[in-house]
Design a protein around this ligand. Structure first.
Ligand SMILES: Nc1ncnc2c1ncn2[C@@H]1O[C@H](COP(=O)(O)OP(=O)(O)O)[C@@H](O)[C@H]1O
Ligand SMILES: [Mg+2]
Length: 263
């Protein structure tokens, strides 16, 4: 190969490797490396780093999209001052994601609008950014997904498929009571994931009311047992942030008389 042709095949080779960013930066980086007399290793490292960073970012984007969050919420936009029950140090610790490595769970309780879903999404988003596969749905949606699988005689297959996720978010357990069959499916989901993968649950009802939600105290007890064996429980308190956001200093009850009247 003559000198003039050194590097001639690089565009082809890099395209073949799908290393688009290496190709984009090649000329500029090579120039700089020559000018600054970089060691070979530094040159290669600089180019590959750009590629790897870009791939990580695009992987995270894919995982976030796939997770199907209803909205993107972060710990950074959480106002801790209105919700001291959400202990910031604990949440920041959970944001380190060791619990997902350990296949443990997190349960958020509290009245509507106190930030349960916000915090569950924030942790799940972090997980996506750090390489975990995540899926978000409400309890009702999970149940109907499993019902459909069962109707096709594919329940087992579907449960196995869900094992590929590192984290499932099960939002809004207890907003609607579940039929017996649905409760059994939710139990199947939780027990299948036990020590195999993480779950983050949000519920406006305490565990003592889950018997009622699931229509069966035994099923509820068995489900809770598996869920809490390795779990962090967080109970949020106070008034709905949704109502608070609307007004400027007007008490939520003054703005929503129907809520006060029915309370
Ligand atoms: N402490 C907070 N700081 C910032 N936004 C909050 C806070 N608590 C709730 N929100 C916002 O208020 C709305 C309702 O919160 P959400 O998490 O859906 O409540 P829940 O799931 O407990 O019913 C969301 O838009 C959420 O982002
Ligand atoms: Mg919610």
């Amino acid at each position: 190969m003559s000198r003039a042709k050194v590097g001639e095949r690089l565009p082809y080779l890099l395209a073949k490797l799908k290393a688009r960013r290496v190709l984009q930066r090649l000329e500029q980086t090579a120039e700089r490396a020559r000018a600054e007399e970089w060691p070979y290793e530094q040159f290669l490292e600089t180019l590959l780093e750009a590629e790897v960073f870009a791939r990580d970012a695009s992987g995270a984007r894919q995982r976030i999209k796939h997770a199907a969050f209803p909205a993107l919420k972060t710990l950074e936009d959480f106002d801790w001052s209105v919700q001291p029950a959400a202990e910031k140090p604990l949440l920041l610790h959970l944001a380190q994601l060791a619990w997902i490595e350990e296949r443990a769970n997190v349960c958020f309780f509290g009245p509507p609008g106190t930030g349960k879903t916000h915090l569950a999404i924030a942790l799940a988003l972090k997980a996506c950014q750090h390489g975990s596969r995540v899926a978000f749905a409400t309890a009702q949606e999970w149940v109907s997904r499993l019902e459909q699988a069962q109707d096709r005689n594919q329940l087992e297959h579907e449960l196995r498929r869900l094992e590929r996720y590192h984290l499932l978010v099960v939002d809004e357990v207890g907003y609607l009571p579940l039929e017996r069959q649905a409760a059994n499916l939710l139990f199947a989901l939780v027990s299948r994931r036990y020590e195999r993968g993480s779950i983050a649950v949000t519920s406006n009802r305490g565990f003592e009311q889950w018997g009622e939600i699931l229509g069966d105290a035994m099923v509820a007890a068995a489900l809770i047992d598996r869920l809490v064996h390795h779990a962090t429980m967080i109970t949020l308190k106070g008034k709905s942030y949704r109502l608070r956001e609307r007004g400027t200093g007007i008490a939520p009850s003054a703005q929503a008389p129907s809520l006060r009247d029915s309370a």
